[in-house]
Design a protein around this ligand. Structure first.
Ligand SMILES: Nc1ncnc2c1ncn2[C@@H]1O[C@H](COP(=O)(O)OP(=O)(O)O)[C@@H](O)[C@H]1O
Ligand SMILES: [Mg+2]
Length: 380
């Protein structure tokens, strides 16, 4: 039998007082919610015609639409649009950015490639670009179309695919990142907090608290579905986060952002997401995205936990991971953090889980993710 944190749900006053106390103790910083007043400031049709005319890009179809989800419950708006087509007779992707980002993806890709010493990991080649401009209300770039599958298939990677991910990770960690090109003071894991143990911890807790508030506003979760897990998580975080390292990484090193080409090389997308997170978070994010995409009523918690452990065991064979004696402990914490994130964040207020398809699996997957949480929390 798996360990359950509480037989009965704690009362609401208790969790309120408990979390308020923790927040008071930790809040040396204020996390500012990012506002996106410039979200798709342009007229889509007109903009598209303008770009097609000036670049000669020929559109075939839309492949992706990135939505900005407001935590205050406002209607989601479009951030980015990706179109597949051709550019100078080559298969290409046009990415239109409606948001003014802190730095442009084109600039980031340039900086990444300047320090990248890997021969097998690259960002897509950029053919043409225009920076975001307030008057137009958009920026765009045209890049090569990466005609390759993602590094593994969902919902479950095969052993061979996991080993391939490990190969990729070693190269990414030792050769593709040689010199962080963003300053640590400027970018933090969740915000621009000052970097000391207390604020690192408060950044982690603040994120969880934000998910909790959103989840409570949505009302999908029953109190007993999340409160016991939160109460178990806070003291774990207080014990483990101080003293953890922060590192520069791709902040969503997930299946959907890594392409595997026939020649054995890889291409990385979502390059806007380079920045700082807790050490080994990129490995935890890979598992998080994978777990989130195990959608269905036919899996058991044991299967999902075994699968997660299989990933961790593969990670332990990565040479750079082997050098960290504390890896397992850190990974157990990071996976506990990802699991609480899935419960209160993704299921609690994420878009998919509010959709009719998501609702079909909601209860079943919630139970699974709770067990995943318990499994890793138990080790800490
Ligand atoms: N150059 C490309 N070629 C083919 N598919 C791409 C390319 N760039 C992105 N994609 C696909 O479109 C999706 C969205 O792109 P991404 O860079 O992640 O955008 P965003 O930063 O808005 O999340 C990716 O998950 C990937 O599957
Ligand atoms: Mg993306």
């Amino acid at each position: 039998m798996r360990y359950e944190p509480f037989n009965r749900a704690p009362n609401k006053l208790f969790i309120y007082l408990f979390s308020t106390l923790i927040m008071e103790m930790l809040s040396s910083i204020k996390i500012e919610e990012k506002k996106h007043p410039n979200a798709l400031a342009y007229d889509e049709k007109e903009t598209l015609n303008e770009i097609l005319n000036k670049t000669g890009f020929k559109r075939e179809k839309e492949i992706f639409r990135g939505e900005i989800i407001y935590t205050n419950g406002a209607k989601p708006v479009t951030g980015s649009i990706l179109l597949k087509g051709t550019y100078k007779a080559k298969p290409a992707v046009l990415k239109i950015q409606g948001l003014r980002l802190e730095s442009s993806e084109v600039e980031i890709i340039k900086r990444f490639e300047q320090q990248n010493k890997s021969r097998i990991i690259h960002a897509p080649t950029i053919y043409q670009s225009e920076e975001w401009n307030a008057k137009r209300g958009y920026g765009f770039f045209i890049m090569e179309f990466v005609n390759a599958p993602h590094i593994y298939s969902l919902p479950f990677a095969t052993s061979a695919q996991m080993k391939d991910f490990a190969r990729f990770y070693q190269e990414y960690k030792t050769k593709a990142i040689t010199k962080p090109w963003i300053k640590l003071e400027k970018f933090n894991i969740y915000s621009n907090a000052q970097l000391n143990d207390a604020s690192l911890l408060s950044a982690v807790i603040n994120a969880v608290e934000k998910w909790r508030k959103n989840a409570e506003a949505k009302g999908r979760l029953r109190f007993e579905d999340y409160a016991p897990y939160l109460i178990r998580f806070y003291p774990i975080a207080a014990r483990y986060v101080p003293g953890m390292k922060i590192e520069f990484m791709h902040r969503e090193l997930t299946q959907q952002h890594i392409f595997k080409l026939d020649d054995g090389t890889y291409k990385l997308s979502s390059n806007i997401l380079w920045g700082y997170r807790l050490q080994w978070s990129d490995l935890a994010y890979n598992i998080w995205f994978n777990l989130l995409n195990i959608k269905g009523n036919s899996y058991t918690a044991d299967e999902v936990i075994d699968y997660t452990e299989k990933w961790v065991n593969i990670y332990k064979m990565i040479p750079i991971v082997k050098r960290d004696e504390d890896f397992e402990r850190k990974m157990n914490f990071l996976l506990t953090e990802r699991a609480i994130g899935i419960i209160v964040g993704d299921l609690g207020s994420g878009q998919y889980w509010g959709s009719s398809e998501g609702k079909k699996y909601f209860k079943h997957m919630l139970r699974i993710y709770q067990q995943v949480f318990n499994h890793f929390a138990e080790k800490l």
